[in-house]
Design a protein around this ligand. Structure first.
Ligand code: C5P
Length: 311
């Protein structure tokens, strides 16, 4: 490929937290975490074109999911573009177009995936030559889940979830994701976590420890053991704010899911199933009672943000 690209398309995955342990908050209010992230094959797509007006930065969104997506400067893809310009000194512009498939404010890192895909696409469009590692470091300034959306696969996240280490997870996993409608704001869920801990007089650890049983189950590719290890310490605060989540989780388990958890800060629920057919069966049964649930089948993905087209 010769010459400067006019158009670059990148995708980045949504994520599930297979385990999420929460520790104390720092002075900025960010909590220490020990979490196992898994990328899924539910992708955000960001197309970046050179703009008609040189230097202009614009954004359009085509959303395939419920919920409002900001198209102003607070959008994480636009913030990623502004950050890249500030860091590298480039004055180039871009017309960004996002196709959203990850639930909005659903606990699956959709906004972070937009930022990750925008970083990767613009790095190529603007010929900046930054490494993935550099993009991950920059991305951490935009949101705690952005570095993982760049990396993808399955990884242990410590610090605020931004210190990443890949972990072996050879067995492909099939997930049934159910979005019950409505949003949960991540800061609100963490505040509820703090309030519930204070009420119980519990001291969250300064440095939570990774779930070694889960890491061993992933390395062994043992689906039953992985299902048993699914655990999210944001479950209680999320259910406190959205009591209906508990019923849906129980229904997913009763109807045969190997395991089911709140994804991240919710309200999306992630159920581990044996395969696509099993997932369809569980989905049909759960939706008999809750027809408003939007359920999608997806699989674990080894990929992070990556370029899928360059013209
Ligand atoms: O970094 P991100 O924008 O995803 O985080 C959104 C909010 O979630 C933060 O402003 C903070 O309130 C909360 N959060 C936290 N601890 C983390 C990650 C996020 O308290 N490790």
């Amino acid at each position: 490929m010769s010459g400067a690209p006019q158009r670059v398309v990148a995708t980045a995955p949504g994520k599930i937290n297979l385990s999420l342990r929460v520790g104390a908050a720092d002075e900025r209010g960010y909590h220490a975490l020990a979490t196992v992230f898994q990328a899924v094959d539910l992708l955000e797509t960001v197309e970046a074109r050179l703009p008609q007006v040189p230097g202009a930065l614009t954004l359009t969104v085509d959303s395939r999911v419920r919920g409002d997506v900001p198209v102003d400067a607070t959008n994480l893809a636009l913030r990623a573009a502004a950050l890249l310009r500030a860091e590298t000194g480039t004055t180039q512009g871009a017309a960004l177009h996002i196709t959203k498939r990850v639930p909005v404010a659903g606990g699956m890192g959709g906004g972070s995936a937009d930022a990750a895909a925008a970083l990767v696409a613009l790095n190529r469009l603007w010929q900046l030559g930054l490494s993935d590692r550099e993009l991950m470091l920059l991305g951490a300034g935009l949101g705690a889940d952005v570095p993982f959306a760049v990396l993808g696969g399955t990884a242990l996240g410590t610090g605020n979830g931004d210190q990443l280490q890949r972990v072996p997870a050879p067995a492909p996993l099939t997930w049934l994701l159910c979005a019950p409608g409505g949003h949960l704001a991540t800061p609100e869920v963490f505040r509820a976590f703090d309030a519930l801990a204070a009420q119980a007089d519990a001291q969250p650890p300064r440095t939570p420890r990774a779930d070694q049983h889960q890491l061993a189950a992933l390395a062994a590719g043992d689906r039953e053991a992985i299902a048993r290890s699914l655990a999210n310490e944001l479950h209680e605060p999320a259910v406190h704010l959205r009591p209906d989540l508990q019923e849906i989780l129980s229904a997913l388990r009763e109807h045969g899911a190997l395991g089911a958890i709140v994804s991240g800060s919710g309200p999306t629920l992630a159920a581990l199933v044996r395969d696509a057919q099993h997932g369809e069966e569980v989905s049909a049964r759960v939706r008999e009672d809750r027809g408003d649930l939007e359920c999608t089948l997806t699989r674990s993905s080894p990929y992070g943000a990556r370029i899928v087209a360059v013209d």
